[in-house]
Design a protein around this ligand. Structure first.
Ligand code: ATP
Ligand code: MG
Length: 561
């Protein structure tokens, strides 16, 4: 790409970073961070933030830190922290030795809080959260000063030290900064910066009985790490004055906070809190349920990091809230899979097919193309014999005119193998078709026409003896409406769950080479869709496949008619 093109493509954040770098701000340094709170698993929205922060650092010759924003031991768990690290690595980003925790800075934050007390800018308040809420005023009326606002510096210091060691019960005291109870920005109305929480912390154990607020920890953590550009989502826009206030009043390095719009996607909820509910209430099998927009779920479903990076780049950066259609994600997914996914054979709904003129007891190995998009991937051997299975949908007793698949008297190509012609079919007592009897043309080996005669239909098949009984899990959208939060009469978003988002088919058959397929690595079952082996295959002692995505978008058609 020419440098001119790069410039043309710069979004508003990159433009700003570039200007700062060129003007010599921060001595030209660019240092970003990705700061997740370890209170849940990362989702696609986080991936966007990861791509942005690590991407900018790479593009501008800077650095990006991973910082776990672990200031609230009530909701945070080591399990989440581990998964976060795993996900960032999986996406292909590297924080090198710069993994930090907000809790690394608890001592420094405590000192800074005392500095604010000493300069008469902070006080210990005895109001309950409820009383504080009442005294806070509204958007059109100012709040009232706390009756504790004028405590002496000595008293405040003494009380704050006692809060730290657990002298007071939870909820009985907070530390607040004195800013402006009449500010039109509610965040500046003497906000709480420390609250009492008698809970052990995954990193600091029982050392602290007080924990800093997000606002008091975040900007200062940025400052300590020498962050130059603190990129966050729009809901923090009204926190920026507070971010700036702390940097100025503590006289510390002042990073620039810049906000961008969250990534929202249709047919999913993209909030850890809501996802936690889906998990806890059993609507999904876990955070890594393949229907979840978590990175672990998407991975299990067969997404590659490339698809997510590609998607992230395509959605770009916006200053306003917006919702991206899930079709764009699926488009990126199919494009990637079409190039990358090896092809395999399988049938979801098996119907026996017997070739009566194929020598009894004989079998052979057919060469099947691994990926028509990439000839370098070559071919593989697939067993073939007189007893096969085809998909029930590929046979009709009494077909309409334009049906090019198998029917009595009709000839089709068995993919990569031979031409076969249907002679008759067998039924059971209920009249259900149980078997199709065919003859094959030995001259058509490889699926090529022996004499120029054409067949219109090509169908997939598996060998009866060697194929693998397989469970297939077909996923559809987790919610049945584009915006799950949009409910009638204040109903809960779970009312919008799609009851058919998972369909399990137990009696599928797939070619034996799939047994060796790596878990999570997608392949295409020809004519059916993209799939990958699920991790449950091991515990279940059976091959279980997740459908990554159907070959084409059938959703729009099915639901718009
Ligand atoms: P959630 O609302 O899902 O709980 P969060 O914003 O509370 O997410 P954090 O762990 O605080 O999650 O987020 C870490 C970083 O990821 C933050 O900088 C946040 O702004 C960013 N982020 C979170 N959700 C999105 C999203 N949907 N799109 C883009 N960035 C996001
Ligand atoms: Mg948050």
């Amino acid at each position: 790409m020419s440098s001119e093109n790069i410039e043309k493509n710069l979004d508003f954040i990159r433009t700003r970073v570039k200007e700062d770098q060129e003007s010599g701000k921060n001595k030209g340094a660019v240092h970003t961070r990705f700061p997740p709170e370890p209170n849940g698993y990362l989702h696609l929205g986080h991936a966007k933030s990861i791509c942005l922060n690590f991407g900018i650092a790479q593009e501008f010759g800077g650095l990006c830190n991973l910082r776990l924003d672990d200031t609230n031991p009530v909701a945070e768990k080591a399990e989440y922290a581990e998964a976060i690290k795993d996900d960032v690595k999986w996406l292909g980003f590297n924080w090198e030795e710069r993994l930090f925790h907000a809790s690394d800075y608890f001592d420094q934050l405590f000192e800074w809080a005392k500095d604010l007390i000493k300069s008469n800018k902070a006080f210990v308040c005895d109001l309950s959260f409820e009383e504080m809420r009442k005294a806070r005023g509204t958007l059109v009326s100012p709040g009232e000063h706390s009756p504790f606002r004028d405590r002496t510096i000595e008293e405040n210091l003494d009380l704050f030290e006692k809060m730290k060691v657990g002298a007071f019960p939870e909820g009985t005291k907070t530390l607040r900064v004195k800013i402006d109870m009449a500010s039109p920005n509610m965040n500046l109305r003497d906000p709480v910066i420390y609250r009492i929480i008698h809970k052990d912390h995954p990193k600091t154990g029982d050392q602290w009985k007080i924990y800093p607020s997000y606002d008091f920890a975040h900007g200062q953590s940025d400052s300590i790490e020498g962050i130059t550009h603190s990129l966050c989502t729009l809901e923090f826009e009204h926190h920026r004055p507070l971010y700036d206030w702390f940097c100025e009043n503590l006289k510390i390095h002042h990073p620039q906070q810049i906000e961008f719009a969250r990534l929202n996607l249709t047919y999913v909820v993209m909030s850890k809190r809501k996802m936690l509910r889906l998990v806890e209430e059993g609507h999904v099998s876990g955070w890594d349920d393949p229907r979840m927009p978590t990175l672990q779920g998407m991975r299990r479903r067969g997404f590659s990091p490339q698809t997510i990076l590609d998607f992230s780049e395509r959605v770009g950066l916006a200053k306003r809230e917006n919702v991206i259609e899930v079709e764009l994600l699926e488009h990126c997914l199919r494009q990637d899979l079409n190039k990358r996914a090896p092809r395999r054979l399988g049938v979801l709904n098996p119907l026996k097919l017997t070739i009566e003129n194929y020598p009894d007891g004989q079998s052979e190995e057919i060469d099947a193309v691994n990926n028509p998009e990439n000839p370098e991937e070559g071919t593989r051997k697939v067993p073939f014999s007189s007893e096969l299975f085809i998909d029930r949908n590929d046979f009709m007793e009494d077909p309409p005119k334009k049906y090019f698949r198998l029917a009595p008297g009709k000839e089709v190509r068995l993919k990569y193998a031979y031409y076969v012609t249907c002679k008759e079919f067998l039924t059971n007592e209920e009249g259900e078709i149980t078997e199709v009897i065919c003859t094959y043309d030995p001259e058509s080996r490889g699926g090529d026409s022996p004499d120029g005669r054409k067949v219109k239909g090509t169908i997939q098949w598996v060998d009866a003896k060697t194929s693998t009984p397989t469970q297939v899990r077909l996923y559809d959208r987790l919610f049945s409406v584009p915006n799950p939060e949009d409910t009638e009469d204040g109903a809960d978003f779970t009312e919008n769950l799609n009851p058919d988002s998972l369909q399990v088919i137990d009696s599928c058959l797939t070619e034996s080479s799939l047994n060796e397929m790596e878990t999570g690595l997608p392949f295409q079952l020809e004519r059916i869709g993209y799939f990958c082996k699920d991790k449950d295959s091991v515990s279940a002692g059976q091959l279980i496949l997740n459908r990554t995505v159907a070959l084409r978008d059938s959703w729009g058609k099915a639901n718009k008619s």
